[in-house]
Write a protein that binds this ligand. Structure first.
Ligand SMILES: CC(C)(COP(=O)(O)OP(=O)(O)OC[C@H]1O[C@@H](n2cnc3c(N)ncnc32)[C@H](O)[C@@H]1OP(=O)(O)O)[C@@H](O)C(=O)NCCC(=O)NCCS
Length: 291
C-alpha cells in the first residue's frame, strides 16, 4: 500500500497477506468508495463480504472473538443481537484481515483458527449513518493489538481501521462516544478537530463518557504517526481554563453544563492527548475570537 515513507512504523500494511475488509450487506455497499477524501493510503482492494451469507459465519465468529476479548476488561462486549440489529443491518462494518495460512505465530496463539477461512479479521470498525444528513455515528472500534504483547503488535492497526472506514465510506462528519481516560481518545482525536458535544452521559452504561463530533479531515491523519504539531489547530483554537480530570466526575459534569448553556463549542487537542498519559488532565480549547 502507498503510505508515505514517513509512516514506516506501519510496514505490516505493505504485506500482501494483510488486506482491508468490508463486511456489509449489499444494499448498504458504498457505490463510489474513497472519493470524498484525497488519500493514497488504501490502494489495495478491499475484501468484500456479505454478513448475511451463511458461508461468512466463520468470519463473523472471529470478529466476535476479537471484539469480546478486547471489550471484556471494560465489561462492554457486544451482544450478538447488537452486532446484527445495530451494525450489520443499518450500517457499515470494516477492518483489516490477515491471510489465515500465513498468520504469524503470535496471532495463532491467541485467535481461534478457522482453517477453511481464507482471511482472519484483526480489527473492527463499525459506523452507522444517521438521520442528520452527512453525519455518521462510530459505534465500535477494536483491534487485536489489545490482546497481543507489545513486540507482536501491528502498530496503528486500530487507528488505520477507523481511517479506512471513514475514507472508504466517504464520511463527512463523524460523531462518536468513548470513555474519558481511555486509550481510544488518542486515536479518535486525529480524524478532524474534535468537538466535545457531551462531556458526561449518565444515560450511557458509563456516565464518564465523552460524546464527540469531528468534521473528517485527512490533513490530521499523518500527524498520528509523525507527531508534528497541528498548525491549523493552533491557529484556530486557544486553551481555556477548563480541564477534564479523568478521575473527577465533577469536571465532566461542569463542562456538560457549560455545553448545555451554549458556552461552547469546546474542543480537545489531539497533540496534547498524544503527549499525555491516560490519567492526566486534559485542557479544553475554544475557537479564537478573531477566527
Ligand atoms: C483502543 C484500541 C482500538 C486502540 O487500537 P490499537 O491498535 O491498540 O492502537 P494503534 O496501534 O492504532 O495506536 C497506537 C497508539 O495508541 C496507544 N494505545 C493503544 N492502547 C493503549 C493503552 N491500553 N494504553 C495507552 N495507550 C494505548 C499506543 O500507546 C499508541 O500511542 P503511542 O504511539 O503514543 O504509543 C485497542 O486498544 C482496543 O481494541 N481496545 C479495546 C477496545 C476499546 O477500548 N475500544 C475503543 C472504544 S471507543
Amino acid at each position: 500500500m502507498a503510505l508515505d515513507p514517513l509512516l514506516k512504523k506501519v510496514n505490516w500494511l505493505d504485506s500482501e497477506d494483510v488486506r482491508p475488509y468490508v463486511f456489509v450487506r449489499p444494499e448498504n455497499q458504498i457505490n463510489t468508495p474513497g472519493i470524498r477524501h484525497r488519500l493514497g493510503w488504501f490502494i489495495e482492494k478491499a475484501i468484500v463480504k456479505n454478513p448475511l451469507h451463511l458461508e461468512e459465519l466463520p468470519f463473523a465468529e472471529q470478529i466476535y472473538f476479537i471484539e469480546n476479548a478486547a471489550f471484556g476488561p471494560s465489561a462492554m462486549p457486544m451482544p450478538r443481537w447488537v452486532f446484527y440489529d445495530c451494525a450489520v443491518m443499518p450500517g457499515f462494518v470494516s477492518g483489516f484481515a490477515y491471510r489465515t495460512e500465513k498468520l504469524p505465530a503470535a496471532l495463532k496463539k491467541i485467535l481461534p483458527l478457522q482453517k477453511n477461512a481464507e482471511w482472519t479479521p484483526l480489527s473492527l470498525f463499525i459506523i452507522n449513518p444517521t438521520m442528520h444528513k452527512g453525519e455518521w455515528v462510530a459505534h465500535n472500534l477494536c483491534s487485536v493489538n489489545s490482546l497481543l504483547p507489545k513486540a507482536d503488535q501491528f502498530y496503528g492497526l486500530g487507528f488505520l481501521s477507523k481511517a479506512f472506514g471513514l475514507w472508504y465510506a466517504n464520511v463527512d462528519q463523524c460523531t462518536g462516544m468513548t470513555q474519558w481516560g481511555g486509550p481510544a481518545l488518542k486515536l479518535h482525536s486525529h480524524y478532524g478537530h474534535l468537538e466535545v458535544i457531551g462531556a458526561y452521559a449518565p444515560v450511557h452504561s458509563y456516565a464518564k463518557t465523552i460524546t464527540y463530533r469531528a468534521k473528517v479531515d485527512t490533513h490530521n491523519w499523518e500527524q498520528f504517526f509523525t507527531r508534528e504539531p497541528d498548525l491549523a489547530f493552533l491557529e484556530k483554537f486557544e486553551p481555556t481554563q477548563i480541564e477534564i480530570d479523568p478521575q473527577n466526575e465533577n469536571s465532566m459534569i461542569d463542562l456538560q453544563y457549560r455545553i448545555q448553556k451554549n458556552e461552547g463549542p469546546f474542543y480537545l487537542s489531539a497533540g496534547e492527548i498524544a503527549s499525555k498519559a491516560l490519567n492526566e488532565k486534559l485542557r479544553i480549547y475554544r475557537m479564537k475570537s478573531n477566527y
